[in-house]
Design a binder for this molecule. Structure first.
Ligand SMILES: Nc1ncnc2c1ncn2[C@@H]1O[C@H](COP(=O)(O)OP(=O)(O)OP(=O)(O)O)[C@@H](O)[C@H]1O
Length: 309
């Protein structure tokens, strides 16, 4: 289990992470979502003992990373797939890793198989790897010590669709066998398919934290109207929060019936009206991360009104 408790990190006058708290339960995949610069990497670096927190703490199975007796056997970490010695082969990188962790070198072949790097790829220098191959090598490195926890920063970067599908399967299986996974992404759809739990961060603050089902259920109504501006004005006058999505729809924090009535009252012609499901979550994600300024309790989405304040 991972516990992030009231974590704050300041760089001079800039606050990268502000009072962030969330948990990743054993046997689950937690998607850590936010746009570039939101504070994901900083949180993960603190969790892995690479950056000291200004205040708060981050624990893995109840212990700070630095206090784990042999961290590589407890936590597999992939923060930057390009941070590998370019002159070594993939096999050499993993063999060195195995020696450092006190593992038999036979483990190297097993993890190469696990991540789908064949003999030819394993014997190539890392400098000649594509980003996707580096991600696979980084994942192999993370899995080397057979850890119970994985911390992965944007692991899908550079993977092709088949690679992303493969990685989802691997992480799902890892969690189903009792592992804990924290993976970050700036793309909702990348983690939506595999995550059980979502934590959304924007401007260093938690904007949403809950099970995927909870967040989907709370995603409101998606509506498209010929007179979108007039409808948005009527809805806002009635106290609803309305956000325009990139493709011209409106996301409203109200039931479809309420939105339909507002459309009738304002004389707007609707072309679509439905409960916002996966598509709505995308809009919600954009909305939350764009304007997040307030923290949400676990299991809740900040009301967009609060978030925007
Ligand atoms: N070493 C540092 N010195 C100063 N500011 C930093 C440092 N590291 C991160 N920051 C700042 O902290 C904020 C959060 O950055 P962080 O890298 O954690 O975001 P992120 O969500 O991981 O985004 P990205 O995907 O772009 O890495 C950013 O504004 C960033 O500029």
């Amino acid at each position: 289990m991972i516990e992030i408790e009231n974590l704050t990190k300041r760089y001079g006058s800039q606050t990268a992470v502000a009072d962030v708290s969330f948990r990743c339960e054993t046997g689950t995949v937690t998607g850590f979502l936010g746009p570039n610069g939101a504070g994901k990497s900083t949180t993960m670096r603190i969790l892995c003992g690479l950056t000291p927190a200004t205040s708060g703490r981050a624990l893995i199975d109840g212990v700070p990373y630095r206090n784990l007796p042999n961290p590589g056997r407890a936590v597999g970490v992939l923060l930057d797939a390009s941070a590998q010695h370019a002159g070594r082969t993939g096999r050499e990188v993993l063999t060195l890793g195995a020696l450092v962790l006190g593992l038999p070198t036979g483990r190297v072949g097993q993890v190469l198989d696990l991540v789908g790097l064949d003999k030819k790829a394993a014997d190539k220098r890392v400098g000649n790897y594509s980003l996707g191959m580096r991600q696979r090598l980084g994942l192999a490195h993370a899995l080397l010590g057979n850890p119970a926890t994985l911390v992965l920063d944007e692991p899908a970067n550079g993977l092709d669709p088949e690679g992303i599908f493969w990685m989802r399967g691997l992480l799902r299986e890892f969690a189903d066998r009792g592992g804990t996974v924290l993976l970050s992404s700036h793309l909702l759809h990348e983690v939506e398919a595999v995550a059980d739990h979502l934590v959304v961060i924007g401007n260093g603050k938690i904007a949403a934290d809950g099970s995927k089902q909870e967040l989907l259920a709370g995603a409101g109504t998606l509506v498209r109207a010929v007179e979108a501006d007039a409808l948005a004005a009527t809805l806002r006058a009635g106290g609803a929060t309305v956000t325009a999505t990139a493709d011209g729809a409106l996301l409203v924090d109200a039931e479809p019936l309420v939105v339909g009535r507002a459309a009738a009252a304002s004389g707007a012609v609707l072309t679509e009206l439905r409960t916002a499901d996966g598509a709505g979550l995308e809009a919600l994600f954009l909305q939350l991360t764009a304007t997040a300024t307030a923290a949400a309790p676990a299991g809740a989405i900040n009301s967009p009104m609060e978030v925007a304040r």
